[in-house]
Design a binder for this molecule. Sequence first.
Ligand code: GRF
Length: 223
Amino acid sequence: MAPAPRIAVLVSGRGSNLQALLEAIAEGRLDAEIAGVFSDRPDAAALARVPPGLRWSANARGFPDRAAFDAALADAVAASAPDWVFCAGYMRILGEAFVRRFEGRLLNVHPSLLPRYKGLHTHARALEAGDAEHGASVHFVVPELDAGAVAAQVRIPVVAGDTPDTLAARLLPQEHRLVTAVMALAVAGRLAERDGQVLLDGQTLFSPLRLDSSGVLAPGSHG
Ligand code: GRF
């Protein structure tokens, strides 16, 4: 049997997206293995979700500059021999050298319907704007923050009385479904990025895939 594709996961916080991947692997819904979990925060709760042999962490403050930290992180990630690198709540901006080293197999999940609301406080910003829909995106990572080609999205309605917390809480389980579904495509070799565009089975996608209520990722449509 061919070895399972390997996913390196970058985390900074609680790691619920990592947990979703671990559960999908354990339940046979994702044919992959976790190559390692890597954090810029040695106290990240996410780290405890995997055995000690799979954990790497370092405090960026112990390095002379961002490039030095990124280089150490990149070396550790590369040493785990990943097929894909997935940022699951990794809160430091990855420098260009890191991004170039893993280009085309580096994905991030972001809690907004990109290109709307790059950066932080996405739930509050969607509410302030009066959006009828909110969602999460999985995108290829490029040096510019949250600006890479979007592979797939999940949408949820904004309802009366929503607060940033209720919206975030309702989105999170959908985000987990999205992440699992996208990583399944990725490890199956069906997803790629070329010249800033996402390819599914070798065909250019002109809009992000959309996760439907039955968990299927289907080509989306504009509007
Ligand atoms: C998620 O909402 C993710 O989209 C964002 O940070 C959060 C991480 O959550 N980038 P977790 O650590 O996976 O629970």
